[in-house]
Design a protein around this ligand. Structure first.
Ligand code: PEP
Ligand code: MN
Length: 301
């Protein structure tokens, strides 16, 4: 295929007018590029964010960072405030974990992404994390969204467990309306009648969001499926559907993980996923992000 990306080649799908404005593609037809450190999301380069569900300690985060960096990941993920269904489950390391994550990211040259659960966490999270994640359970926490509109840090907004596409867009609209236009959407599966999967990955939503909005779209195949065996095929499908990147859970010893170990990839499986992505990206006119990608060179001039 030529250099044109699917979103550039396809006219925006028609949509209901529910009041979204700033997120619509017509608002910025050329598309938004989000910057996290050196990394750019939303251009021709496809960005892979990987790391543990939760930061558990120095050794675990360091081993994971080393492994995902060696495999070619671009951003290190790691939760330190975990929205757990049970109050008795591991809730995350909190602020000390954030510093371990940031330190591991620095050491391996990776910007870091971590979830912010509450507006009160924003000041120190924005200081240490390069991207602030809004979890599915907080997609409609409007006071959090408004507060993130005032921050000069990119935000990755996960789709709510049962959120319609319009609700997802309008949640993003809150952040843009507040003045922060560095927003990425993240499809992480929705709740349906299906019980084999943790969630149901809505890939049509990815293509839809790329057409309807100018925001980069990331796919999280880990929470979308809950099965390590399905993460590779769904990652390839996401790349083919026009996603701008992936968010994947990796743990050096999944069986010992304190959170979501049953869906974590081992470093070996993650490495093989990275290798399998390239031909699919090539087929749709994309490539794994690299510092010397043409967009970088143009901007540097
Ligand atoms: C996570 O990324 O670990 C997480 C809690 O995701 P979600 O909000 O999509 O459930
Ligand atoms: Mn998780």
């Amino acid at each position: 295929m030529g250099g044109k990306q699917p979103d550039e080649a396809t006219p925006a799908v028609s949509g209901k007018d529910t009041g979204a404005r700033r997120v619509l593609r017509a608002f910025r037809p050329e598309g938004t590029r989000v910057r996290a450190g050196e990394v750019e999301v939303g251009g021709p380069g496809f960005v892979v964010m990987a790391g543990p569900c939760a930061v558990e300690g120095t050794d675990q985060v360091e081993k994971t960072a080393a492994a995902v960096a060696a495999a070619g990941a671009h951003v290190l993920r790691g939760g330190v405030f975990k929205p757990r269904t049970s109050p008795y489950a591991f809730q995350g390391m909190g602020e000390p974990g954030l510093h371990l994550l940031a330190e591991a990211g620095r050491k391996h040259g990776l910007p870091v992404i971590s979830e912010v659960m509450d507006s009160a966490q924003i000041p120190f999270m924005a200081e240490a994390a390069d991207i602030l994640q809004v979890g599915a359970r907080n997609m409609q926490n409007f006071s959090l969204l408004r507060a993130l509109g005032k921050v000069r840090r990119p935000v990755l907004l996960k789709r709510g467990l049962s959120a319609t596409l319009q609700e997802w867009l309008l949640a993003a609209e809150y952040i843009l309306e507040g003045g922060n236009e560095q927003v990425m959407l993240c499809e992480r599966g929705i709740r349906t009648f299906e019980t084999e999967m943790r969630n149901t990955l809505d890939l049509a939503a990815v293509a839809w969001a790329k057409q309807r909005t100018h925001l980069p779209v990331i796919v999280d195949p880990s929470h979308a499926t809950g099965h390590p065996d399905l993460i590779l095929p769904m990652s390839l499908a996401a790349a083919a559907a026009g996603a701008d990147g992936l968010l994947i859970e990796v743990h050096p010893r999944p069986e010992q993980a304190l959170c979501d170990g049953n869906q974590a990839l081992t470093p070996e499986r993650f490495q093989s996923l990275m290798q399998r992505l390239s031909p699919v990206l090539d087929a749709v006119g994309r490539h794994l992000w690299r510092p010397d990608s043409p967009a970088q060179v143009v901007r540097a001039r």
